[in-house]
Ligand binder design. Structure first.
Ligand SMILES: [Zn+2]
Length: 271
């Protein structure tokens, strides 16, 4: 499932290839994926639009259009955004295609069909429910302490809550907690200040390193050029159940289920 580093990698790829392009027409092959305000058809609304910029908010990619509208894209479990020449074959399960005036195209493919390409009006506050960006200057030590204060929820579930911090998913929550030596089930509000400090630094570090490696391909994730990321080779704990802990060497990584998600951690050195 694409998380912040994977979406950031896709966005950087798109920035290099689709900014400045004009959408000649949109081809909607599966209607539920392409969402527009009721009064206007998606394909009709985006035809003739120019892509002015590409950004990211949490796990969402955002194409900024010349009219002030945006295309907000959620990849969810298996969504892919891939740029291709017009003669190249489509990926399997391609549901929305933006055909550009100069001949290229941007395709949204999604086997599980949970993803969406949503047309958003200029004044629509679509991201009002999303929390702080963990790589922004707003994610300070003080802010993080304030967010965690009084929370009884397990710290891992807290990290996955997009209303608190936007962009962290299962892989990076596991990795950050391992790096900070914190047990995933610890109540968020009971972390000591040094532990909170370690966790904040671990979150920033693991996300940044994963971006540097162009994301983690443990499932279907590929970047905007259709290429896999490289961080799956640098994972410390995620998916390593039964193996020796890379830090303490004496512990064995276990997989437990927390908030309905597989959770990998070392019972020996995560407290
Ligand atoms: Zn350990």
């Amino acid at each position: 499932m694409p998380e912040l580093p994977e979406v950031e990698t896709i966005v950087r790829g798109l920035r290099a290839t689709v900014v400045g392009k004009t959408i000649a027409r949109a081809e909607v092959r599966l209607r539920k994926i392409a969402v527009a305000p009721d009064s206007v058809g998606f394909a009709r609304a985006v035809a003739g639009e120019r892509i002015e910029g590409v950004g990211r908010r949490g796990k969402y990619a955002v194409l900024q259009l010349a009219s002030g509208r945006s295309l907000v894209i959620s990849l969810r479990m298996t969504g892919r955004l891939v740029v291709a020449g017009s003669g190249e074959p489509h990926w399997p399960a391609t549901h929305v295609v933006l055909h550009f005036r100069d001949g290229g195209r941007l395709s949204f493919a999604d086997v599980r069909t949970f993803g969406r390409v949503r047309l958003v009006e200029p004044d629509e506050r679509w991201d009002a429910a999303l929390g702080v960006e963990p790589l922004s200057s707003g994610f300070t030590h003080e802010a993080f302490i304030g967010m965690l204060s009084g929370r009884t929820t397990p710290v891992k579930a807290f990290l996955l809550d997009q209303r608190r911090i936007a962009g962290i998913g299962n892989i990076y929550a596991c990795e950050a907690l391992w790096t900070a030596r914190i047990r995933p089930s610890r109540p968020a509000g009971r972390l000591t200040k040094p532990a909170i400090c370690r966790l904040r630094l671990a979150i920033v570090d693991v996300l940044q390193r994963a971006i540097d490696m162009r994301g983690t391909s443990v499932d279907d994730y590929v970047d905007a050029d259709g290429l896999q990321g490289g961080f799956q080779n640098d994972l410390s704990v995620y998916g390593r159940d039964g193996q020796a802990c890379l830090r303490c060497r004496t512990g064995t990584i276990v997989r437990t289920v927390l908030a309905q998600r597989g959770t990998w951690w070392c019972p020996r050195c995560q407290r």
